[in-house]
Design a protein around this ligand. Structure first.
Ligand code: FES
Ligand code: MG
Length: 570
């Protein structure tokens, strides 16, 4: 069998000498005799704390690769960490995806093992792998163990929002809040709520891209390393069998991911990530597919932010595949996993062990748990809301807009006692889309006015062209497309305008006459809130980024070009 890496290592000429000689480093010549060369795309970084343990995981992958007769190579990759990087990790997802795609293609590599964890890292790796279309297996780095504070579990992210709101409402002393800090991150791993990282690990599994059953394994659990070892072996087999990403990822895989997203109560961020990965494969996935496929899927997982438990509990209760086993009839029976078995075939062996954490199908936590896709003059290209994280009484709501031109504007004025706002107002935040910020920050769940919090108000309708943290909650309309900075009507909303949110009818309308709207211009204050980068990645990004309904990928990165590089370097 002819491997891609043979183009580098096969032969007796000067170039093959050069490729082999520098790679020997103690390896015998048999390392280059036609064995699959496996890159371990490793997002480990001390500045991406959620992924810092992946070097150890990579060692286990290496053992598996060697055992199956392949040669592993650790390939460190651009690693955007959610908590640290500015202005948003989302801005760097596409850079990571582009850098990895190019490095996969440029190097003598036959197959990939993708090590991710923190929010953007698995999406970036999947986007890259899809565009290069080599055989690939994902190893999700796993959630951290559950932390506790004063006897109660602490959920990463979710409890930061909750506790900080309690401080603002005057019910929790500041020093108690700060003391919880060292209890929150109990071990290695990514956020242990059903935030974006946990969600994307489950998405990778539902898409068929992991060793079945590995998603949700805590980062500190030895079984993660066992799974990593198996993934290394499998990558070698995939190369020998000639099964690239596009053999695994089909329309049916995305169908299954959308069902899993709803049944697990996953993060809204999965919508942009799945759209971006599908775009790389040339699959026609739309916002409406999320509503159509996931809309009436029952919510079975009782995890924060919508519920009570944490990822360690989900793992103990049977894990994501036990959840999927209960909605097996809703899944695509043909969609494959990297193992060569259809996903539905591996499910029957996955039982539920704790019905408090994974609700029985007959008694779901919510009947219709999916993401609702809204349209209307405020979002002609779509917007989304997660009804399961919203207040039921606000799902049909008409109220007057209170508009903020940036998140800074919001922070500066939201607690002003003179702000004209009441519990029925609709908070509008713009300039937070892919272009406007840039990078679509997680600010859509903007803070509520202090004076309303003091009155006991805990939720209000909020509308934004940005995203919401997967660990946040509220009646929040997100991903409004087109965003204000791309010419969306969101830019024209004024304080006092009436807005209608009607989730059952999937509508989001600015109740202002078309004629009146046609006379409006975008105000200088609104324009001032948009980013105008002059150089570097941000400039490329703002000029080429697609809107949320297209997955926020760059226009020139959509599609796949495969692994072939014709020309030599010397
Ligand atoms: Fe990395 Fe939450 S901050 S997963
Ligand atoms: Mg997040």
């Amino acid at each position: 069998m002819n491997l891609r890496s043979d183009e580098w290592y096969g032969g007796t000429d000067r170039n093959s000498y050069i490729h082999r000689a520098w790679m020997r480093r103690g390896l015998p010549s048999s390392a280059f005799d036609g064995r699959p060369q496996i890159a371990i795309a490793n997002t480990a970084s001390d500045l991406t704390p959620c992924n810092a343990h992946l070097n150890e995981v990579a060692e286990s992958v290496k053992h598996g690769v060697y055992e199956a007769g392949g040669i592993p190579h650790n390939l460190p990759v651009v690693s955007p960490g959610e908590t640290n990087v500015r202005p948003t990790a989302m801005l760097w997802r596409n850079m990571a995806a582009m850098a990895m795609e190019e490095m996969f293609r440029a190097n003598p590599i036959d197959g990939l093992v993708l090590l991710g964890g923190c929010d953007k890292t698995i999406p970036a790796l999947l986007m890259a792998a899809a565009s290069v279309d080599l055989p690939a297996v994902v190893v999700p780095g796993g959630p951290m163990l559950s932390g506790t504070f004063r006897g109660a579990p602490l959920g990463c992210g979710t409890d930061v929002w909750k506790l900080s709101e309690e401080v603002r409402a005057g019910r929790l002393p500041q020093d108690t809040f700060l003391r919880s800090e060292s209890s929150m991150i109990r071990s290695r791993g990514h956020c242990n709520t059903m935030g974006t990282a946990s969600t994307m690990a489950i998405m990778a599994e539902a898409l068929g891209m992991t060793i079945p059953g590995i998603a949700g394994t805590p980062a500190a659990d030895s079984r993660l390393l066992e799974g990593a070892h198996a993934a290394g072996r499998l990558a070698v087999d995939l190369v020998r069998d000639g099964r690239p990403v596009s053999d695994v990822l089909t329309a049916g895989s995305f169908h299954n991911a959308i069902v899993a997203l709803a049944a697990c109560g996953g993060s809204t961020n999965a919508v942009v990530h799945l759209l971006a990965v599908a775009g790389r494969l040339g699959l026609d996935l739309t916002l409406e597919d999320f509503d159509r496929i996931g809309g009436d899927v029952p919510l079975l997982v009782n995890l924060q932010p919508a519920g009570e438990y944490l990822m360690e509990d989900l793992f103990r209760a049977g894990g994501p595949l036990a959840v999927l086993n209960q909605v097996r009839d809703l899944l695509d029976p043909q969609a494959m996993t990297v193992t060569g078995r259809p996903l539905v075939d591996v499910l029957p062996e996955h039982e539920v062990f704790d019905r408090q954490v994974i609700a029985p199908r007959a008694e779901p936590l919510i009947d219709d748990a999916g993401i609702a896709t809204l349209r209307g003059n405020l979002a002609p290209d779509g917007a989304i809301i997660k009804p399961a994280a919203a207040s039921p009484e606000l799902l049909v709501h008409r109220g007057r807009a209170v508009v903020f031109d940036s998140i800074e504007d919001c922070h500066a004025r939201i607690d002003d006692p003179d702000l004209e706002v009441d519990a029925t107002s609709v908070l509008v935040l713009r300039g937070c889309g892919p272009k406007g910020y840039p990078g679509m920050p997680e600010v859509a769940n903007m803070p509520l006015p202090e004076k309303l919090l003091e009155q006991g108000v805990r939720d209000m309708v909020r509308i934004c062209d940005g995203r919401m943290s997967g660990t946040a909650y509220g009646t929040v309309v997100l991903h409004v497309a087109p965003e204000a900075a791309a010419g969306g009507a969101l830019a024209l909303v004024r304080d006092g305008d009436e807005i209608l949110l009607d989730v059952p009818n999937r509508r989001l309308e600015l109740l202002v006459d078309e004629d009146e709207l046609a006379t409006r211009e975008v105000s200088p204050g609104t324009l001032a809130g948009y980013a105008r980068p002059e150089r570097g990645w941000e400039k490329i990004y703002v000029e080429h980024v697609l809107q949320a309904d297209r997955g926020v990928d760059l226009d020139f990165l959509v599609g796949r070009t495969g692994p072939v590089v014709e020309r030599e370097s010397h």
